[in-house]
Design a protein. Structure first.
Length: 116
C-alpha cells in the first residue's frame, strides 16, 4: 500500500496568474488537485507552458466546487459543475465561470502544465 496526502503534494505546478495544480504520484498513479481561480483560462494561463494551440491532455476527473466551461476544438461545449465526473479528450480550451474557484481532482495530469 502507498499513501500520500494531497495537502502535502509532491509538486505544485503554478498557472500563470490564476491558480495551480497540486500533484501526488504513487508509483504509476498520478493525481492532481487543480485550483482554477476566477479569471483562469487554459489558452491564457497554461498554453504558454504547454506550447500547443489547445490542451492536448486527456483529463479524467471529478469536480468538487466551482464551474468550468470546456470547449472542444470542434466547437462542442459543456459546463462542468460540482459532482460531475468527466472524461475530456485532448483538443480543448477551458475557463472558469463565475467568482468561485473550480477545484478539480484529475488523474490525467502526469504531464499537465509542466514547462516544455
Amino acid at each position: 500500500m502507498h499513501k500520500h496526502s494531497i495537502e502535502t503534494p509532491d509538486e505544485t505546478r503554478p498557472f500563470q496568474a490564476h491558480g495551480h495544480m497540486d500533484v501526488v504520484t504513487l508509483g504509476d498513479f498520478t493525481l492532481g488537485m487543480g485550483t482554477f481561480e476566477p479569471g483562469w483560462k487554459w489558452s491564457e494561463d497554461v498554453k504558454p507552458l504547454a506550447g500547443t494551440d489547445s490542451c492536448q491532455t486527456r483529463h479524467t476527473g471529478y469536480a468538487l466546487s466551482g464551474r468550468m466551461v470546456v470547449r472542444m476544438d470542434d466547437g462542442t461545449e459543456a459546463t462542468i459543475e460540482p459532482g460531475d465526473v468527466v472524461v475530456i479528450e485532448p483538443g480543448h480550451d477551458a475557463w472558469v465561470v463565475g467568482d468561485e474557484a473550480c477545484i478539480f481532482l484529475d488523474t490525467g495530469v502526469a504531464g499537465y502544465a509542466k514547462p516544455r
